[in-house]
Write a protein that binds this ligand. Structure first.
Ligand code: SAM
Length: 253
């Protein structure tokens, strides 16, 4: 299947989801508290790889004077996000932006807070934090969730899977070293609990699969997407004690 066809199918499967990756309002708010930013200030915020806006809406609601630019590659997700922002009464402070996280149009040192839940892996953790750092003002804060080994000695099956899917998977101490080397100081770290994966992401995605397959007449490409997503969910259910998303909150020096 070519990349474009795969993206189209992935967007169709995930567009109706409240979120496109593991997470929760509760953990977004916990991470926001770790930033130590003044939540009443007129903050300039970017939510990168925002999907349909799960974290964007939490940030825009909790930060009453912030302007949040919600960035994603796919306009279909941003359309849903815009509708949800209107419904939540925050659309005046949410600016959807169709752009690649690899070439963002922000001015140097223009942002107080960069947020990215389950998205930085698309360009890689190291590349992402290096590329985005110039957009933060000194003292500005980065908050990213990133797939992380919870223990340094995962079993062969899951180690092989993730090393093939995302070779930058590492333990928290390795990720924190990278942040420090690039010029960030850690403010806090938390681990997404299993319900953020299963109740909030895998189960809702699995519920949408029959209708998705119907819409695509059970075409092999659609069946392949479903099989991939099921395999990922099954692996998480079997090996959840070994990995999760770590949420890293760090201040630019
Ligand atoms: N942050 C959202 C959430 O937690 O629900 C979405 C997470 S989803 C796993 C990753 C998101 O990154 C998707 O919405 C996808 O469209 C977006 N994405 C992938 N590649 C991208 C790129 N190069 N630039 C911007 N967004 C991208």
């Amino acid at each position: 299947m070519d990349e474009q066809a795969m993206f189209t199918l992935m967007v169709d499967l995930h567009r109706d989801g409240e979120r496109q990756g593991p997470g929760s309002e509760e953990e977004t708010l916990r991470a926001l508290d770790l930033t130590r930013l003044d939540q009443e200030a007129a903050l300039q915020v970017a939510d990168i790889g925002c999907g349909t806006g799960a974290s964007t809406l939490v940030l825009a609601s909790r930060l009453p004077n912030a302007q949040v630019t919600a960035v994603d590659l796919f306009p279909e997700f941003l359309d849903v996000l815009s509708r949800r922002a209107r419904k939540a009464g925050v659309s005046e402070r949410v600016d959807p932006l169709e752009a690649s996280m690899e070439s963002l149009p922000f001015d140097s040192e223009s942002l107080d807070l960069i947020w990215a839940e389950g998205a930085i892996y698309n360009m890689g953790f190291s590349e992402g934090i290096k590329t985005w750092k110039p957009f933060l003002r000194p003292g500005g804060v980065l908050a990213v969730s990133e797939i992380t080994w919870l223990r340094p000695d995962p079993p062969e099956t899951i180690r092989r899977h993730w090393n093939a899917e995302y070779p930058q998977i590492a333990t928290a101490s390795e990720k924190i070293n990278i942040l420090e080397d690039v010029g960030f100081d850690l403010l806090g770290y938390l681990v997404l609990p299993p319900n953020n994966w299963i109740d909030n992401y895998y189960e809702p995605t699995e519920k949408r699969m029959p209708a998705f397959l119907d819409r695509h007449d059970d075409r092999p490409e659609a069946a392949q997407i479903v099989a991939m997503e099921r395999e990922e969910a099954d692996l998480y259910r079997s090996y959840q004690e070994w990995y999760s998303y770590g949420f890293y909150v760090a201040r630019k020096r």
